[in-house]
Design a protein around this ligand. Sequence first.
Ligand SMILES: [Zn+2]
Length: 80
Amino acid sequence: MVDKCANPTCSATFHRLGEGRLFIKEIDAGAGDGRARSREIRYCWLCDSCRRTMTVITERGKEVKVAPLPPSAPAARAAW
Ligand SMILES: [Zn+2]
């Protein structure tokens, strides 16, 4: 499912749920021609230290990437 922190510059490894934060994102994996739309689930995990400053976002519904949290936003408000 996931083996390490989604932050490319972090090498923390995933051991168990309850550590850090797991993000489950649905992306549009279709060919982009408007016909075959298929949805794909991506799992991303941020370790305990990265989740304080970063989040996982879906870009254009097709790409999952790590982004910094807005400095003033409490982590609990990151759900959307
Ligand atoms: Zn990390």
